[in-house]
Ligand binder design. Structure first.
Ligand SMILES: Cc1cc2nc3c(=O)[nH]c(=O)nc-3n(C[C@H](O)[C@H](O)[C@H](O)COP(=O)(O)OP(=O)(O)OC[C@H]3O[C@@H](n4cnc5c(N)ncnc54)[C@H](O)[C@@H]3O)c2cc1C
Length: 285
């Protein structure tokens, strides 16, 4: 298992906010992970870091990171099931599915995420959500240090939410996705079309963590912010994207504090003008 002291997290959070943590561990398998948690339990857990705001420049804490490690994938041609370790990306899941003419994971193609992060967030697009294809999750329960499995119906999966957000004493180890037989060429074209549509609307040219807020019932975040003239509004190096107001982009050396202040200002303005309490989708660490 790789391990680093005073580890720079800049390339491990998609906002590219500069932050250092005391120690970073990159477990390769379940045994590594269990060994870490047997020693102590207060780690900060990161997947691919595409939905987190680093609020501090220095963390006097130990991080466990699943990014480029703990990432084995297996496909079962007979049952059309893909088994994926938590550190695999969902891009890899979707590419593997396509290669084996399996349909259902096309919407995974353009969501930057680890498998673990996708389960925690019930990641999804208009075309589908993790809940639709996830059958089972294997996890380490820190309450009793046992490895357990739960099926889809017991995971409390709802819009950008799951059991794992409510109970953060559970570390996702593996997930199983049920797909269906399809046509590889058609699957590829659905993946590419969805990606093209998204890149047209999203500010991919700047570091960002996707939609900052959950969609409030009956409303769209972007148009509310546009109406308030907040498009392009900046705090330090953090800016409400000029391309898509639902995103915050790092236009130059943004700090976590800049992002959080921008969020605070936006939430206050939206509450005052529309009476809506915006809920932040991103995880603040
Ligand atoms: C350009 C862009 C576009 C995006 N588009 C979408 C979209 O269309 N739909 C969507 O849903 N999201 C979208 N996102 C947000 C992001 O991709 C998802 O939220 C993604 O699922 C986050 O996964 P991650 O591995 O990066 O998680 P991280 O950001 O690393 O972590 C998120 C949370 O999960 C926890 N976690 C991570 N791994 C584990 C584990 N193994 N066990 C337990 N807890 C764990 C972390 O502690 C943290 O609380 C987008 C982001 C970007 C940058």
């Amino acid at each position: 298992m790789k391990y680093y002291k005073d580890f720079d997290l800049t390339n491990y959070n998609a906002y590219r906010v500069k932050a250092i943590c005391k120690n970073a561990f990159f477990p390769e398998n379940e045994a590594d992970l269990t060994a870490l948690y047997t020693k102590k339990q207060d780690y900060v857990l990161l997947g691919s870091g595409h939905n987190i705001i680093c609020s501090k420049p220095y963390y006097d804490a130990d991080f466990i990171i699943f990014n480029g490690n703990f990432n084995t994938l297996k496909v079962d041609e007979t049952t059309s099931v893909i088994e994926a370790e938590a550190g695999a990306t969902i891009l890899e899941v979707s590419n593997l599915a396509q290669k084996h003419s399996l349909s259902g994971a096309e919407f995974f193609y353009d969501i930057p995420s680890s498998v673990g992060g996708a389960v925690v967030m019930n990641a999804g697009t208009k075309e589908g959500e993790t809940k639709n294809i996830l059958t089972k999750v294997r996890y380490l329960d820190l309450a009793d240090m046992l490895v357990k499995e739960k099926h889809n119906e017991d995971l409390e999966l709802s819009y950008r939410n799951s059991l794992f957000q409510k109970q953060n004493d559970k570390v996702i180890l593996k997930a199983w996705f049920q797909l269906q037989r399809g046509n590889a060429v058609d699957i590829k074209s659905i993946m590419e079309a969805s990606k093209a549509r998204r890149w047209e609307k999203q500010p991919r040219e700047y570091p960002n963590c996707g939609s900052v807020y959950k969609r409030p019932p009956g409303r769209f975040v972007g148009p509310m912010l546009d109406e308030l003239g907040l498009k392009g509004y900046r705090v330090g190096g953090a800016e409400i994207s000029k391309k898509h107001s639902g995103f915050i982009v790092n236009v130059g050396n943004a700090t976590g504090k800049d992002i959080l202040e921008l969020i605070k200002h936006t939430k206050e303005q939206v509450k005052a003008a529309f009476g809506v309490d915006l809920e932040v989708e991103q995880r603040i660490i």
